[in-house]
Design a protein around this ligand. Structure first.
Ligand code: SF4
Length: 239
């Protein structure tokens, strides 16, 4: 099995930028508050809706597409909460930048059925786990305590249009997870632990490393933060 010391973070953020003509979400993931929502709150001076993370449109950003090969579009939000006229304008803009690849990610893949996406878009879902309930030292025992998004199982069932999967922040999973991911046939998979000390129901590192090895047999694995689960680390911060 691969060791933690041999894993390097993917060079995935080279020549990658975000572009946020749409911002906001109502899925209320607990781990969003210290990450995306904290970033958005910094914009209070300029936009109250960004501060409140309410789904809204920034049409003035349509003509400010970043100069990068790969662009995470609408990274600060989930387009499942966007009005169709906003998404149509965003997709029209994307179509005009055929030299760039845009990643659009959701926790509700039903939204992908509603639009005709240009060929330079890769569609992704976040799938932190395949479980609805957890048996770890975390105070979170059920997925519905973590997010109001459609359940992980629902996302898998509706994932037939998906190009890639993001397993971040990874939560504990069953032995079926790798098989499910293989069934989804993603081009690539991002995988990583929570970066914000949310004390989520994380899997032990060994289990995650075994999953990574299984994934590598059928897809490209892009590593993010790979570390021991918070509950595997003692009070001194040592494993
Ligand atoms: S789905 Fe994404 S944007 Fe929405 S609350 Fe969860 S982490 Fe935040």
């Amino acid at each position: 099995m691969v060791q933690l010391s041999t894993l390097n973070k993917s060079r995935m953020y080279e020549n990658v930028k975000t572009w946020n003509p749409f911002v906001g979400c109502r899925f209320n993931c607990v781990y969003c508050i210290p990450s995306f929502q904290r970033q958005a709150k910094r914009r209070r001076k300029w936009c109250e809706l960004c501060y409140r993370y309410e789904p809204h449109f920034h049409p003035e950003r349509l003509n400010r597409v970043p100069n990068a090969e790969v662009i995470f579009a609408c990274a600060y939000g989930d387009i499942a909460h966007a009005k169709s006229e906003w998404v149509e304008q965003i997709l029209d803009t994307i179509e005009q930048h055929e030299d760039k690849t845009f990643y659009i990610q959701t926790k509700d893949p039903r939204v992908f059925e509603l639009y005709c996406f240009p060929p330079n878009v890769k569609l992704g879902i976040t799938l932190e786990t395949n479980l609805d309930e957890f048996d770890t030292p975390s105070r979170f025992r059920r997925y519905i305590e973590i997010s109001d998004a459609p359940s992980p199982e629902t996302r898998v069932v509706q994932s037939y249009l998906v190009d890639y999967v993001t397993i971040e922040p990874i939560l504990d999973f069953s032995s079926e997870f790798a098989k499910l991911l293989k069934f989804m046939n993603p081009e690539f998979v991002y995988i990583g632990y929570d970066n914000h000390n949310c004390k989520l129901p994380e899997p032990p590192l060994k289990k995650t490393l075994e999953l990574i090895e299984k994934l590598k047999k059928f897809t490209e694995v892009r590593l993010k933060t790979i570390r021991p689960a918070w509950w595997e680390v003692d009070d001194d911060g040592q494993c």
